[in-house]
Ligand binder design. Structure first.
Ligand code: MN3
Length: 204
C-alpha cells in the first residue's frame, strides 16, 4: 500500500490567529504532500517495502537499499513528523498536560513552566531547519531533544510525543524571521489530550 496524505482533524483556518490558514494550507497540501509523493517514488523501486511500517524502515535505515536511504530518511521522516504534528495541534481541548503526563513533566522538569522554557530554548537554538521534541527515551524517561531536517526521535529508539516544526515553512508567512514569536504562540494550540494519551501508550 502506498503512503497517503492524512486529512487534518480541523480546518486550515481553525488555528488562527496563532497559526494562519495560508501557512496551514501550504504546509499540509504542498509540503507534506510532497514528502508523501517522494517517499512513494523512492519505495516504488522496492515495492515489497510498502508492506513494512514506515516507523520500522526509519528506525533501521541502514538495512534499506543504499540508493533510497536518504530519500526515505528525508521524505519518510517528513511524512511521519508531519502526521504527528497535525495531531498534536488543536483549536480546543486542555491547555496543559493532563493525568500521568502532567505528573511526569513536573517530576522531570520541575514545573510545566520550566518544561516550556526548556523546549522553547531547544527550538530557538535549532540551527537551520529541524524539530524540537518532547520524547520518551529507551528507559521510559521524558526528554527534550532536537533533530535536524526531517530526522525523527524514532531513529534513536525514542518515542516522540510532541514535535514542534521549526522549518521556516511552518511560520514564515505570519512571523517572518521571528521564530520565538511563533514558538510563543504555538502553546495556545497544543493538543495536550493527544500528547498525554500518547505518553500513557508509550510508557505502558
Ligand atoms: Mn513542516
Amino acid at each position: 500500500m502506498t503512503h497517503t496524505l492524512p486529512q487534518l482533524p480541523y480546518d486550515y483556518s481553525q488555528l488562527e490567529p496563532h497559526i494562519d490558514a495560508q501557512t496551514m494550507q501550504i504546509h499540509h497540501s504542498k509540503h507534506h504532500a510532497t514528502y508523501v509523493a517522494k517517499l512513494n517514488a523512492a519505495l516504488e523501486q522496492f515495492p515489497e517495502l510498502f508492506e513494512t511500517p514506515l516507523e520500522e524502515l526509519i528506525a533501521d535505515l541502514d538495512k534499506l537499499p543504499q540508493e533510497i536511504q536518504s530519500a526515505v530518511r528525508n521524505n519518510g521522516g517528513g511524512h511521519l513528523n508531519h502526521t504527528l504534528f497535525w495531531k498534536i495541534l488543536t483549536p480546543g481541548g486542555s491547555k496543559q498536560p493532563i493525568k500521568q503526563l502532567a505528573v511526569a513533566i513536573e517530576q522531570t522538569f520541575g514545573s510545566f513552566e520550566d518544561f516550556k522554557k526548556e523546549l522553547q530554548t531547544t527550538a530557538i537554538n535549532r540551527f537551520g531547519s529541524g524539530w524540537a521534541w518532547l520524547s520518551v527515551d529507551e528507559k521510559g524517561k521524558l526528554i527534550i531533544e532536537s533533530t535536524p531536517n526531517q530526522d525523527t526521535p524514532l531513529m534513536h529508539n525514542h518515542t516522540p510525543l510532541l514535535g514542534i516544526d521549526v522549518w521556516e515553512h511552518a511560520y514564515y508567512l505570519k512571523y517572518q524571521n521571528k521564530r520565538p514569536d511563533y514558538l510563543e504562540a504555538i502553546w495556545n494550540v497544543i493538543n495536550w489530550d493527544n500528547v498525554s494519551e500518547r505518553y500513557e501508550e508509550a510508557t505502558q
